[in-house]
Design a protein around this ligand. Structure first.
Ligand code: SF4
Length: 282
């Protein structure tokens, strides 16, 4: 199946997903996808076309249309839809055309920056556009994510999609430097409709970060800016009332543009309740 239900931690981000390419040339140093796809890092970093992808996608899109699928289909988890290979191949654009022709909802998750702007005409207010924002400094970004677009390009793309009326979200994961992640929220919250906040996993740096403090600081900041947010379970367990968070597995719901909802209590003991009240599961 090309359109599939993600499992594990990915399931928190999307109910359905589709990987447009095999492999990814962004070469992020923390990328889990090589092991998830049983490839070496070197072979994973040389992307290739998936066999008969567009014909098979047409067939699956028709089935989802018949099934009246309403969940957004996320492009992509184990590759970036706007990695460099897509400039020439344009498989992402063709995939979007196929899905939209069947009235299916999509969401893009990318570090491709300006490259994503090419397809802005295909998305509507029913869809969503998202970027992973990890750092603000160009040199650090090139060190951690050497093939990806620089942070300012990604932020520009988010701003541009938001201005076009397309709901936006930012994935703050992995968190490499908590202070930088908090600064990203401050700099982008006026055009990012939803923040999904995680942590850093499977990396030696992770054990040097005070996650309890970061979880508290992030929630406090997001509350103070009246932002919509979703704290991933691996970070939410550091919040005081994490036990109130049910074992939900679907992604946070992102609607069309709307101001943050009603006023909510600000005490640390209430933050998980606010998070849940804003993001009922699909
Ligand atoms: S953009 Fe995503 S899939 Fe591509 S290398 Fe980076 S983390 Fe992996």
């Amino acid at each position: 199946m090309l359109i599939y239900e993600p499992r594990g931690r990915a399931r928190e981000y999307a109910a359905l997903a589709c990987n447009v390419y095999s492999g990814c040339d962004h070469r992020c140093t923390y990328c889990y996808a090589p092991s998830a796809t049983r490839k070496t890092r070197d072979s994973f970093s040389i992307p290739s076309l998936r066999s008969d992808f567009l014909r098979k996608l047409k067939k699956e899109a028709k089935q989802h249309w018949l099934n009246r699928t309403n969940e957004r289909i996320l492009l992509s988890f184990t590759c970036d839809p706007y990695q460099h290979i897509d400039v020439k191949e344009q498989v992402t654009r063709q995939a979007l055309e196929i899905l939209k022709a069947r009235n299916l909802r999509v969401e893009i998750l990318t570090k491709g920056g300006f490259r994503a702007l090419r397809d802005i005409d295909l998305l509507t207010a029913d869809d969503a556009f998202a970027c992973s924002l990890t750092l603000l400094d160009d040199e650090q970004s090139l060190e951690w994510e050497p093939g990806a677009a620089l942070p300012k390009e990604r932020i520009y793309a988010l701003h541009h999609f938001h201005e076009a009326g397309i709901p936006t979200w930012a994935s703050l994961e992995p968190v490499i430097d908590p202070a930088v992640s908090l600064q990203i929220i401050r700099e982008t919250h006026t055009f990012v409709d939803l923040f999904k906040v995680g942590k850093l996993n499977y990396h030696p740096l992770a054990s040097t970060i005070n996650w309890r403090k970061f979880a508290h600081d992030a929630v406090e900041l997001l509350e103070s800016l009246n932002c919509k947010y979703y704290i991933k379970r691996d970070l939410a367990c550091y919040l005081p009332d994490a036990a109130l968070i049910p074992n939900h597995t679907t992604a946070a719901m992102l609607g069309p543009h709307s101001p943050a909802q009603s006023q909510h209590p600000h005490s640390a003991g209430q933050v998980a309740r606010r998070q849940l009240s804003l993001f009922p599961t699909l």
